[in-house]
Design a protein around this ligand. Structure first.
Ligand SMILES: CC(C)(COP(=O)(O)OP(=O)(O)OC[C@H]1O[C@@H](n2cnc3c(N)ncnc32)[C@H](O)[C@@H]1OP(=O)(O)O)[C@@H](O)C(=O)NCCC(=O)NCCS
Length: 148
């Protein structure tokens, strides 16, 4: 797998553009590099999609390799679904053959996004006691796998 490919600065499709905002270097030995893309509709930032680079068990099991958010006023219009499809294209360009996305079980909108972009619900895992997520009150994650 070629992980040295340069990420695209922007990509458009499905009515949205994702535009590379920042590359966040790992801040601790356990952190991973993050590519943060703004979701843009006609020049207006409506949300973000973040690519967490790596394929550690911690990423694939708990954090997920793609995170996303749409600002409240712009939700329910399919923007994040379109942006995530573009994010999957970026991951493919970076050499990934599969992507794991995780959601809190009660986050039905996020789970639906995973389904709409072709994710299969593989399992729901307990967050181990002592894990940073557990310390933040997150007890379970649903894991979705998207084959690229
Ligand atoms: C999760 C989030 C990104 C979804 O954004 P959105 O703009 O609603 O997403 P989309 O419009 O692309 O798709 C949402 C889908 O979920 C569905 N949905 C929304 N609320 C739902 C609910 N309570 N139960 C079931 N489905 C729901 C919508 O109907 C839509 O599916 P459809 O197209 O089949 O009708 C947004 O709620 C958000 O930013 N939340 C805060 C951050 C977050 O939770 N990020 C995900 C972390 S894993």
């Amino acid at each position: 797998m070629d992980r040295m490919a340069m990420p695209p600065e922007e990509m458009s499709g499905g009515g949205v553009t994702i535009r590379l905002g920042e590359y966040v270097e790992p801040q601790a030995p356990t952190h991973v590099p993050i590519l943060s893309y703004k979701i843009d509709i006609a020049g207006r930032a409506v949300g973000e999609v973040r690519l967490r680079l790596g394929d550690s068990d911690d990423l694939k099991r708990y954090f997920g390799q793609i995170g996303y958010e749409v600002y409240p006023a712009f939700r329910g219009r399919g923007h994040v679904t379109a942006a995530c499809r573009l994010a999957l294209n970026v991951m493919r360009e970076l050499g990934y053959e599969e992507v794991w996305i995780t959601c809190n079980p009660e986050n039905f909108a996020s789970r639906r996004v995973c389904e709409k972009i072709g994710g299969a619900h593989v399992d729901t895992v307990d967050i181990p006691v002592g894990h940073v997520m557990h310390e933040h009150g997150i007890l379970q994650k649903c894991r979705y796998r998207v084959v690229l």
